[in-house]
Design a protein around this ligand. Structure first.
Ligand code: FEO
Ligand code: CA
Ligand code: CA
Length: 539
């Protein structure tokens, strides 16, 4: 589906024509591939895919995919690839070689029907829970593109490793968190980010489904209505989850960054300032929750600095710092409590409730910050939108900004519920949709059919159109789009195909292995002429 809605607005919004200005990131200077920005090639018209209810990964003409890895595949002698892959990030081992590197993949949650052979409605065993704990967290896998252009896992590479729901992880904070200096496991790992020093940030999103949440008035544990059943066996404090976790690809060491606050973090999008200080944007993906920005006080730090919440009405970033806020000083006993109860603190200082802020990306050509707002069904916002934040003076350390909705979901634009985004090397915007499984195929989502991947070209005659370029298998969501440095591969997760299958005998999807097989969350590599053409297109 392809619509020319808001084309003029989109072009203005993107700041078309700013190529060559100060915001060109190093990645655009990559000289090893064939997508040189000096090309005068104009892409032929892109034909999108129609919304589809088929059980396959359907791609637009000019794109093809291969599966790199599936849930359960061995990555070395001890470890296997986790379940429900979400965020991906490709880190080349040698910056001059885009065909060899480490792929980090988040594992968000489990479907017990597949992971632990749990039969819904029956009692779980601790053994089953342990299998499920192992299946969340993240994976590093070394992959290489061979001479035939296929991406292959390097089995048993020393850098292949898992971080799981069983890994002990220290807190990076001067005070203990719920009495401890470390917690057991990372979980709910949704989207993430990459630091300038080459580590991964993986974000703990819907943590309350695993070990619950605290009622801070009574101190009691609140069990989530989506609780998966671990709280009957384990009583890890909920305060140990809901953080941004940094993982070092060389050592596998992880740490939870308390200074970035505790909430249902979707992602952590990092920008390094000219003086080396770090800015991190992160959204709290829940209805009527807020958008945050951390600004470090020292170069290269994710622990020393100030966390701010966005007030869109005032166009201000408001500090969540007890020393700068009378109300926080009065209501919270220390800064540790502010970080743990971030949602309440944000509300007290005037953070703007948003319609599920999910992924955040920075436009590489003009520095605008895009935030997907997936939906807010209780408020009647079914289709979501993409928000633009324009920092004053284009400065990511600015405490004032302008904001605007630039692209709204709906039948007119052909997409609903935007989630993860990625810009390619030419500044074209790619994003995925996340209509929840329980609502898919029903009004008002019926016409959109399966979830998809969408492209908004920046240049050429289709600039500003929303073009669906992929349709997911049944029940699945496409997540974690991430481009290889040469722009020739788009890594993409296919998460939860067949979700909602009542049992292994009654499957709603058999992707990727086909009839007679259970569905498996998998990571694919998308390549093809369309990727090359779209990144070479000029008007
Ligand atoms: Fe895990 Fe907000 O998506
Ligand atoms: Ca997401
Ligand atoms: Ca989502």
């Amino acid at each position: 589906m392809s619509k020319k809605i808001q084309r003029r607005t989109f072009i203005e919004f993107l700041g078309k024509g700013t190529l060559g200005a100060a915001f060109i990131p190093p990645i655009l200077n990559y000289q090893g591939g064939r997508n040189q920005l000096s090309s005068s090639f104009t892409a032929s018209k892109i034909k999108g895919v129609k919304p589809s209810a088929a059980d396959n990964l359907r791609l637009a003409k000019g794109l093809k995919y291969e599966v790199i890895i599936k849930w359960g595949d061995p990555i070395n002698k001890e470890d296997t690839f986790g379940f429900n892959n979400d965020y991906t990030a490709f880190l080349p081992l040698d910056p001059s070689n885009p065909n060899d590197g480490l792929l980090w993949v988040n594992h968000e949650y489990v479907d017990p029907v597949f992971v632990s052979d749990h039969i819904p409605g029956t009692e779980r065993t601790l053994e089953q829970v342990k299998k499920e704990q192992y299946a969340v967290g993240g994976s590093f896998i070394r992959i290489q593109k061979n001479k035939k252009g296929k991406w292959k896992l390097v089995q048993n590479d020393p850098l292949n490793r898992r971080v799981t729901g069983l890994t002990e992880i220290p807190f990076n904070w001067p005070e203990p968190i719920a009495g401890k200096n470390s917690g057991i496991g990372t979980l709910a790992n949704c989207s993430g980010g990459v630091t300038p020093w080459g580590t991964i940030l993986t974000c703990e999103e819907n943590y309350d489904q695993f070990y619950g949440e605290r009622n801070y008035k009574t101190g009691e544990l609140i069990i989530s209505r989506y609780d998966i059943g671990w709280t009957k066996f384990l009583d890890h404090p909920p305060e140990h989850y809901g953080w941004v976790v940094e993982v070092d690809p060389q050592t596998g060491e992880a740490q939870k960054h308390i200074a970035l606050g505790r909430c249902a973090h979707e992602c952590a999008t990092v920008k390094e300032l000219e003086d080396g200080r770090i800015v991190v944007y992160t959204g709290d993906d829940s209805i009527n929750q807020c958008l945050y920005k951390f600004i470090s006080s020292k170069p290269g730090s994710l622990s020393e600095g100030t966390l701010y919440v966005a007030n869109l009405g005032l166009g201000k970033w408001i500090p969540l710092d007890r020393d700068q806020s009378e109300v926080l000083n009065k209501l919270f006993k220390d800064q540790t409590e502010v970080m743990i109860r971030l949602r309440q603190a944000a509300r007290y200082v005037g953070g703007t409730p948003l319609d599920r802020p999910e992924d955040i990306d920075i436009d590489p050509l003009n520095g605008n910050v895009l935030v997907t707002l997936t939906n807010n069904i209780p408020k009647g916002n079914y289709f979501g939108s993409i928000l633009k934040i324009e920092e004053d003076n284009g400065d990511h350390a600015s405490l004032t900004f302008k904001s605007d909705t630039y692209l709204a979901g709906g039948e007119e634009t052909g997409f609903a519920c935007p989630d993860n985004m990625a810009f390619d090397n030419a500044g074209n915007l790619w994003f995925t949709s996340d209509m929840s499984g329980s609502l898919m195929y029903k009004e008002p989502y019926e016409s959109f059919k399966n979830n998809g991947l969408f492209l908004v070209p920046r240049n050429g005659e289709q600039a500003g159109e929303v073009i669906q370029v992929a349709s997911a298998p049944i029940g699945a969501e496409l997540t974690g789009p991430f481009f290889a440095p040469d722009g020739e591969t788009l890594f993409l997760s296919v998460q939860h195909p067949g979700e909602g299958s009542p049992s292994k005998e009654q499957l709603t999807s058999t992707w990727p292995d086909g009839i007679g097989n259970i569905p498996k969350p998998s990571v694919v590599a998308i390549q093809g002429e369309l990727l090359k053409e779209i990144q070479s297109a000029r008007e």
